[in-house]
Design a binder for this molecule. Structure first.
Ligand code: SF4
Length: 295
């Protein structure tokens, strides 16, 4: 049963195991090795590739906003079993700390609860990626900051290695990231080193006998395409109704956006005739850190 924990449990007696590093691209100083698993295709294939090469991560973690679609949560359950099969560390799921009593979102433990409590949409609707930062990056950083292997590594003046699932088609993204000097992390991009693009990642997952995971994102994500919004309405009417409730709560505060689609509301989109739906443009692209981004 998938039960997200707040900051997960880190084994204080954690030992490196099976760290053979059979990949010629894998350097022995890539330790301790963390995989921030994004629940999607790339980082799943990356972990399979590591298992094939005898590279065992020391920590595998992911962040849950509480708003993933049921298909993603089902895949998390399946993937946990695969991780156990290959003797990889158990997946640690982190969540943002509940909002404190003196905040306007007291007790909120999910991004959806926060939005409903404050009358806001996820910040990406306003062009800022801080929802990803607050609900994904920071909880993971908080856990790593308490992880004994990382603390010991930093005390030695070394960097923790974080494997990032950018694929071979995203080398520019990796170069941009690598150009920033991070005092705590060395970023490693195995998919690029292995020359794996999206298709190789999908093939690798299928060859491992796993289902190909759906795109991981909050069901109310304002970066959703029009087709994704319509699919949510068709396949998950209850989740769609919750997203519309978020739009209603935020309606009185919105000045520059019309709803979760920014230039349109999701509720309005589905009530349009098909021809008019087709004529609407997708929401404008916004920087989203939810796709296997390290920081
Ligand atoms: S998936 Fe979308 S709404 Fe959820 S945290 Fe990421 S950018 Fe924000």
């Amino acid at each position: 049963m998938f039960e997200p924990n707040l900051f997960g449990d880190v084994d204080a007696d954690h030992q490196l195991q099976g760290a053979t590093g059979g990949d010629p691209l894998f350097a022995s100083w890539h330790r301790p090795l963390i995989v921030a698993w994004g629940m999607g295709v790339n980082s799943t294939a990356m972990l399979i590739g590591m298992a094939e090469r005898g590279i065992r991560p020391d920590l595998i973690l992911t962040a849950d906003t509480g708003g993933e679609k049921p298909e993603t949560y089902a895949f998390v359950r399946t993937f946990r079993l695969w991780l156990a099969d290959v003797d990889f560390p158990e997946l640690i799921v982190v969540r943002r700390k509940p909002y404190p009593p003196d905040s306007n979102a007291v007790g909120a433990t999910t991004l959806e609860e926060y939005c409903l409590a404050t009358g806001a949409l996820p910040s990406i609707a306003y062009g800022h990626p801080s929802c990803s930062d607050q609900w994904k990056r920071r909880p993971q950083e908080a856990l790593v900051a308490q992880w004994p292997d990382a603390v010991a590594c930093w005390e030695r003046g070394e960097k923790v290695c974080k494997a990032i699932g950018y694929d071979a088609g995203e080398s520019e993204r990796a170069q941009r990231q690598a150009a920033k000097d991070n005092p705590r992390y060395h970023f490693w991009y195995p998919l690029i080193g292995w020359g794996w693009g999206r298709e190789e990642c999908v093939r690798t997952i299928e060859a491992a006998g796993l289902p190909v995971p759906p795109k991981s994102a909050c069901f109310y994500c304002p970066s959703s395409t029009k087709a994704e919004v319509l699919a949510l309405h068709r396949d998950h009417p209850c989740l769609f109704a919750r997203a519309v409730a978020m739009e209603h709560t935020a309606a009185g505060y919105n000045q520059n956006v019309k709803g979760l689609g920014r230039r349109f509301s999701w509720e309005g989109l589905v009530s349009l005739p098909l021809l008019e739906q087709a004529g609407l443009a997708d929401p404008p692209a916004a920087p989203c850190m939810c796709q296997d981004d390290p920081d």
